[in-house]
Design a protein around this ligand. Structure first.
Ligand code: GLU
Ligand code: MG
Length: 451
């Protein structure tokens, strides 16, 4: 949209503030707002932010990272395609931003810039992506200091739908008003847990949509006196909140799904197999990008469909990569891969950028997946000897284990670039330092509140 059109729409709607949002290394959505009177000039000159914000831990403790301290600024430059007036706060609008340096170049530490670089690389290889992020969330209420599930609903239960009807109706309306299409809705396994899936979109847009989605669900719930949480494991005894990433590679015109091959037993092309091969090879380090919080590792456990092993399989919900069955009548279009060890405490640009970087490495090096890691049953039923002989390992079981794996993965850190990788790793380490010194209750309460 043209700048003057954005200003006109905002003024016509009575908007007072336009929030320039970014997502930090801890997956936290942050922003600064301009008053409507300054919008026109801010659209081109941006809003300045201290570089320290990218070195800020999840509890707002500033870390020492080169190039990120009290001196120096980056500028938030909004992507005009993301302008949306907020249905739950109609006097405010939001725009998602790129971070650029004072010499007007992309800032190396910008997560959105990382995803854009991966997409440019893919495009040079003739590939574009369609992506759907599939977040789950709990609806909770606050009792004293504690958050508790808002009801005791069961998986797919009609009772849970009834209880949450008003909130879910408003969430749907708000998403539609922001141009986000809805796919499906059901109550999930946990008490008060919901899954409302949205339509796939080009990769960058899908990551943007995920942030708009998180904002929408939390704000709408709040207006109903409830708290929605996307934390990976808000209640240790209940199911975790995943944010599975569905993706497929298309040709430049977006007409042919290049993951599809009708002649293959699994309807997958060689390109899709190379993607699987790359992702399987980089899984341990990749998990640090897609499951980045202390709370993420309460979720990643066997027997809870959140995945715990380095395996892939057809419609296998315990596998790190699921090959979903196809829609009858639209086989080509519906071919996709589902990356399951991912949650909404991740920064969607970093998570998706990492998945694409790993997949492209598979394409460049023509890595074929290890057939032994294909599992079309519950991997938790395999014996230790079977797992070992087939090269199937546990995914990282703690934040430090995942962080170390990322540190050792030069392909992933190289794709991120030094500044983003260094700051990201530093934030992961401080997260561990802080939460490992506290009890589970502190960790859970803080994650419910932040995500
Ligand atoms: N809640 C599960 C997870 O943590 C996923 C359940 C499902 O298959 O939708 O990923
Ligand atoms: Mg689900």
């Amino acid at each position: 949209m043209e700048h003057n059109e954005i200003v006109r729409q905002a003024k016509d709607a009575g908007v007072k503030l336009v929030s320039f949002f970014w997502c930090d290394n801890g997956g936290i959505i942050r922003g600064k707002s301009t008053h409507i009177s300054g919008l026109e000039s801010r659209l081109s000159s941006g809003i300045g932010v201290t570089t320290a914000m990218q070195a800020m831990g999840d509890m707002d403790q500033l870390q020492i990272v080169e190039g990120m301290g009290p001196a120096g600024e980056f500028r938030l430059i909004p992507d005009t395609d993301t302008f949306t007036i907020l249905p739950y706060a109609p006097k405010r609008a939001l725009m998602l931003c790129d971070s650029i340096t004072m010499s007007r170049r992309p800032w190396e530490a910008c997560p959105r810039g990382f995803l854009k670089r991966m997409l440019d690389k893919a495009e040079a290889m003739g590939l574009t992506f369609q992506v759907a992020m599939e977040p789950e969330w709990y609806l909770t209420r606050k009792e004293g200091d504690d958050f508790v599930p808002c009801d005791e609903s069961l998986d797919n239960s009609s009772v849970g739908m009834t209880f949450a009807q008003d909130v879910v109706d408003d969430v749907i309306e708000a998403l539609e008003a922001q141009g986000i299409g809805i796919e499906q809705y059901h109550t999930e396994l946990g008490h008060g847990q919901h899954e409302l899936s949205i339509r796939h979109a080009p990769a960058l847009r899908a990551a943007d949509n995920h942030l708009i989605y998180r904002e929408t669900v939390r704000n709408v719930a709040y207006r109903h006196g409830l708290f929605a949480s996307f934390a990976p494991k808000p209640f240790p005894e209940q199911a975790g909140n995943g944010c599975h990433i569905h993706f497929s590679a298309w040709d430049k015109d977006g007409e042919t799904n290049l993951f599809f091959d009708a002649n293959d037993e699994q309807n997958l092309s060689e390109l899709a197999y190379h993607f699987i091969g790359g992702i399987m090879e980089h899984l341990p380090g990749l998990v640090a990008l897609t499951c980045p919080s202390m709370n993420s590792y309460r979720r990643l456990s066997p027997g809870s469909w959140s995945t715990a092993f380095t395996c892939y399989g057809a419609d296998n919900r315990e596998a790190a990569l699921r090959i979903p069955s196809l829609f009858w009548g639209s086989e080509m279009a519906s071919t996709n891969l589902e990356f399951r060890p991912a949650d909404s405490s991740s920064n969607p640009y970093i998570a998706l950028g990492g998945v694409i970087a790993a997949g492209l490495d598979g394409v460049e090096r023509k890595i074929m997946p290890n057939e032994e890691q294909r599992v079309d049953m519950d991997p938790t039923l395999l014996t230790q000897e079977e797992l070992e002989s087939r090269g199937i390992r546990r995914l990282p079981q703690s934040l430090p284990e995942a962080t170390r794996a990322l540190e050792e993965d030069a392909t992933l850190t190289g794709a991120m670039g030094k500044m983003l990788a260094d700051s990201y790793l530093t934030i992961r380490r401080v997260d561990w330092e802080i939460f490992s010194q506290q009890d589970a209750e502190f960790e859970i309460r803080n994650h419910i509140y932040k995500y």
